[in-house]
Design a protein around this ligand. Structure first.
Ligand code: PGA
Length: 253
């Protein structure tokens, strides 16, 4: 069964103290049931949050990882280290990793493979730039990102896809529900061709890019949108709780 997920990507924000304060706020206010909540804090906060969130059902993820287990890779962190710190999910190929740090599809396919091998659930992020959208390249770009990014992943393995149009990230301009649904539907069809329709129908596909309390409901009402990956609006506990309530009501959970 595909899961409804609310994921918060904190990017390079929050000290350990600020992370703990958020963790306490959210565990105190969280109600039973509803979407799966996953927080992606900076590496430095993962093990601290792991203590605070124990027993709450909220899971932790990392924003990046290296594709090797260990070795001479100064500054890098391996999937087993992330697991050790308390992460069970990991973002792979977030648009900022692709565009600022030059990560390409082949590299991301290795990261997907190692993440799964080491027991993390990877969230493969895909999305087109504004130039690509304007030139009708959205479908081909995303199809390439999926085909290469998932080339080493088998149909029995557990992963999540996040569609994040680059032009919508941090800009305040979200894709409309129809625009997002069209891409989500194409993503599911591509996954169907790769893994069979049955498997594809059970993969959660999240939308990300300027998700806010006033647009999450209309986005999440679309059939192929299984939740949201939220950046800016995930940093304040109250706003995040509001997003959670609205996602819950959109999906009638
Ligand atoms: P945003 O970021 O919600 O601030 O647009 C989303 C993301 O980058 O995951």
């Amino acid at each position: 069964m595909k899961k409804t997920i609310l994921a918060g990507n904190w990017k390079m924000n929050k000290t350990i103290e600020e992370s703990i304060a958020f963790g306490k706020c959210i565990t105190n206010s969280l109600k039973e049931g509803g979407p799966l909540v996953i927080i992606f804090p900076p590496f430095t906060s993962i093990s601290y949050l792991n203590e605070v969130l124990k027993g709450s059902g909220i899971l932790l993820g990392a924003q990046n990882m290296h594709y090797e287990e260990n070795g001479a890779f100064t500054g890098e962190i391996s999937p087993s280290m992330l697991k050790d710190a308390g992460a069970s999910y990991v973002l792979i190929g977030h648009s900022e990793r692709r565009h600022i740090f030059g990560e390409d599809d082949e590299l991301l396919s290795l990261k997907m493979q190692t993440a799964i091998k080491d027991g993390l659930v990877p969230v493969l992020c895909v999305g087109e730039t504004l130039y690509e959208r304007k030139n009708n390249l959205t479908e081909s770009v995303i199809s390439r990102q999926l085909t290469i990014g998932l080339s080493l992943v088998k149909d029995t393995e557990n992963f999540v896809i996040a569609y994040e149009p680059v032009w919508a990230i941090g800009t305040g301009i979200n894709a409309t529900p129809d625009e997002a649904e069209e891409v989500h539907n194409n993503i599911r069809q591509t996954l169907g061709k790769m893994y069979g329709e049955n498997v594809a129908s059970n993969i959660s596909i999240l939308y990300g890019g300027s998700v806010k309390p006033d647009n999450i409901e209309s986005l999440a009402k679309m059939d192929d949108i299984d939740g949201a990956l939220v950046g800016g609006a995930s940093l304040e506990c109250e706003t995040f709780l509001l997003l959670l309530e609205k996602l819950k009501s959109a999906k009638m959970l």
